[in-house]
Design a protein around this ligand. Sequence first.
Ligand code: ASP
Ligand code: MG
Length: 407
Amino acid sequence: MIVVQKYGGSSVATTEKIAAVAKRVAERAKEACVVVVVSAMGDTTDELISMARQLSSMPEDREMDKLLATGEQASSALLAMAMHDLGIRAVSLTGGQAGIITERTAGRARILKIDVKRLREELNKQNVVVVAGFQGITENASWADITTLGRGGSDTTAVALAAALKADSCEIFTDVDGVYTADPRIEADARKLDTISYEEMLEMAGQGARVMHSRAVELGELYDVDILVANSTKDVPGTVIKKEDDEMEVRNPVRGIAHDTDVTRITVAGVPDQPGIASRLFATLAHSNINVDVIVQNVGTEGLADVSFTVQDADLEKAKKAIGPVTSEIEAREVVVDQNVAKVSIVGSGIRSNPGYAEKMFTAFAAAEINILSITTSEIRITCLIARNQVKNAVRALHRAFELEKA
Ligand code: ASP
Ligand code: MG
């Protein structure tokens, strides 16, 4: 039996915590071949980034990747040492040594393939294999460079290794107990879910639930890897992200409430109501690599319309710069920025096949006197943009309206 476990940065933040993880892994290693993926200790990655910025205004991609990869290399070596002290055979490997081949794209390289030869050999030698997360290597042997997979990428490393090794279990350990029906810090009655489907998890993550790296969930779906998310310090069951369960869909169509306060609404007012305008506006945003969400255009009057969309707070300045030339070319009347907004969403695969969810959501908002600024939907999600200071009320109102506190 092969088990892939991953421990996040907060679970290996200190040497004491690494020692505790070593004990947990040792327990698991009694009954299975274990591959452990680790993140960098605590805030190491942020600290490395900050050091790079202190020394260089534009650190080169190649050096940045090499620098950031060291965080996970340190934690993996330390965990292997802690295992040795418990009398467990263990070996630590970098992503490259573990056979993880990626494209060259700096900072967010995608995995191209995994050559599991070395991993299998080490497992055959009865070693626990500790792999540095969040990194790989480019293909060309003599010119190979170290790459990183993007922030939070150790989750992706773990799921990719589980897929490549056809592991029996993929376990992501973190500082929360699993995936909840809503943020437990906001909704005291939030309930931990036993299971959630890949697509529901992706929608929850995309709308602000920060439990797992989206790319890891996508990979799990692609290779049909069941992913357990659980607490690294407790012995309580977590949440399994897996293929849709039909029966469950019928019983509980709304699985969770996601919220995201990290949004800014930009309105380009008074743009010509004619073909090609939206395309020019959003093309410049796409070229600047800015993700846009909740797009609304009102019905034009006298040949003019208003176009609104949301971006992440961090992208605001970049977005304003990107649309500047276009808005002056098309002689838009003004650009209005509103940071007092937030998104609140209901997510559930049952939404697809059952009418009435939008109505129930809007009624709950009306009863709580929450004004809806705009609405977007996917097949399995309805998202409303509301005032940021009403987020907590909104989450609680929806949690109650959809009776999510009941199992
Ligand atoms: N250490 C990296 C980060 O903080 C990768 C990870 O933790 O998964 O983003
Ligand atoms: Mg981290």
